[in-house]
Design a protein around this ligand. Structure first.
Ligand code: SF4
Ligand code: SF4
Length: 287
């Protein structure tokens, strides 16, 4: 009998279950197809992950074996996520194969993937067929004049683009991705890295544009300045400022306010990350 996943069991999309339902991030996606100016590639994808900790990288069979071992000790996991350490669709085959292997063994799991959206459009049908119910797309701007300051380069196949051209292509793919996901009935959250002096005057406009596309939730994440990046000198926005912008955005879209900026190998309940405890298990499975 095929089980239908219950989408109310996602702790990020449904805060009321975050005390009972946990998630695991499987680090199967090492490469990235863009360079965000706030990201130091020695660390995890900052779009979905707290910087400062490098994750081990697993192959799809290793990731499936690792999940089996974690579930023995942490059976509250209801969501399997792929969020890096690079971009899941710069590593699309590994991402989709990991989900296929896990779905065979655990059909009740929810699958959630976080991406910058550049490489997603050709995979939209496969995303749906794979059983992915939730996606996060990081969109920092809906105007290339704002977006061009966020990216050092964007790589599309053999082409590497810079400046406005790079931002235009990325935005076009992000909009195509979001449209395609919503047409396929997938729940979509947008993450926006709130960066003072760059997109702080643009958040409400972005929320409005995302709402008009049927996006389900916006997660305005304050920039966490990372060493050895062009954005390292920017001051992290304070809570009151973040809240002011979330309130403005909330006129258009529900806001996520309980994001924990998890690592690409996070395990457990949102408020009680157990990735440290399972680090040994992760490296054993990665051998
Ligand atoms: Fe880094 Fe993620 Fe941006 Fe890629 S998409 S450069 S991994 S923050
Ligand atoms: Fe959920 Fe935020 Fe953690 Fe992603 S980074 S799993 S949205 S709490």
């Amino acid at each position: 009998m095929t089980m239908t996943p219950d989408i109310s069991r996602h702790p990020c999309f449904n805060k009321s279950v975050s005390g009972q339902c946990g998630r695991i991030h499987l680090p199967v996606a090492p490469a990235c197809n863009i360079q965000c100016r706030y990201c130091n590639r020695k660390y995890d994808c900052v779009n979905e992950s707290r910087p400062g900790v490098t994750s081990g990288v697993l192959t799809p069979p290793q990731a499936a074996a690792y999940l089996d071992r974690v579930l023995e000790k942490e059976p509250r996991i209801t969501v399997v996520g792929i969020a890096g350490p690079g971009d899941p669709f710069a590593n699309a085959e590994a991402t989709l194969e990991t989900i296929r292997l896990i779905r065979e063994r655990h059909p009740e799991m929810l699958f959630c993937v976080s991406t910058n959206g550049l490489g997603l459009p050709p995979y939209l049908d496969r995303v749906k067929d794979a059983g992915i119910t939730h996606m996060t797309v990081t969109v920092n701007a809906v105007d290339p004049a704002v977006g061009k300051r966020f990216y050092s380069w964007v790589r599309d196949g053999e082409r590497t683009l810079h400046g406005r051209e790079a931002a235009e292509l990325l935005l076009m793919r992000q909009l195509e991705s979001i449209r395609g996901l919503k047409e396929r009935g997938i729940t979509v959250k947008v993450n926006t890295i709130l960066t003072p002096g760059y997109n702080d005057g643009h958040i409400e406009e972005l929320a409005k544009a995302m709402a008009s596309m049927g996006v389900d939730m916006l997660n305005v994440m304050p920039l966490h300045p990372t060493a050895d990046t062009p954005f390292e000198g920017i001051i992290e926005p304070n809570k009151a400022f973040v809240e002011k912008l979330r309130k403005a955005a909330e006129k258009h879209l529900p806001q996520m306010r309980h994001c924990r900026r998890c690592r690409a190998d996070a395990v457990g309940l949102l408020g009680n990350d157990r990735s440290g405890e399972f680090a040994g298990c992760l490296s054993e499975c990665g051998r």
